[in-house]
Ligand binder design. Structure first.
Ligand code: ZN
Length: 168
């Protein structure tokens, strides 16, 4: 990977953190704390950052998808692992970034947001996408990699597979 690609990826990582922070801001300011209000806040973040030229329309759609995926993944994690998972994901214990912001969101209104986890299909993370902090496990060779901040996902260094599951 050359330097300009790295730089571009660093920029996207920062933009995704900003995107999640923006959606959080809109959601917290809003009256409703429902799942629909959360979706609307994500939509609003996309519109605002696209209108300001901070994101291309393609990136805006991608980030919207990433955030929905990440929120649902965290909501499922909370649901599956139980109360201690919430303590483990205390925002104060995490470095800044999209995961910390989304964890704050889920602490504030977990009941509404836990309903995000209604789809039965497994949530997968693919090479080339951004991920919020957490642990990705290769679906093919089970190699795990830990990410302490929002990061770009590369192919599995062991088997070159491009699909991963996430935990924390
Ligand atoms: Zn692998």
């Amino acid at each position: 990977m050359d330097k300009s690609t790295n730089k571009q990826q660093d920029k996207h990582v920062g933009l995704y953190d900003s995107f999640v922070a923006k959606a959080h801001e809109v959601f917290v300011d809003g009256r409703d704390k429902t799942r629909e209000a959360m979706q609307a806040a994500i939509e609003k973040a996309r519109e605002q950052m696209t209108a300001l030229g901070e994101l291309s329309s393609e990136q805006g759609k991608q980030f919207q998808r990433y955030m929905q995926r990440d929120l649902e993944q965290i909501a499922r994690y909370f649901r599956d692992v139980g109360e201690e998972a919430k303590d483990q994901l205390q925002p104060a214990r995490m470095s800044a970034g999209a995961l910390a912001t989304m964890s704050v969101l889920l602490h504030k209104c977990s009941d509404a947001l836990l309903q995000l986890s209604i789809k039965a299909a497994a949530i997968t993370y693919r090479a080339g996408e951004l991920t919020s902090a957490g642990t990705l496990t290769c679906t093919q060779c089970a190699l795990t990699r830990e990410f302490s901040t929002t990061s770009y996902i590369q192919r599995c260094p062991s088997c070159h597979n491009d699909t991963f599951m996430k935990s924390h």
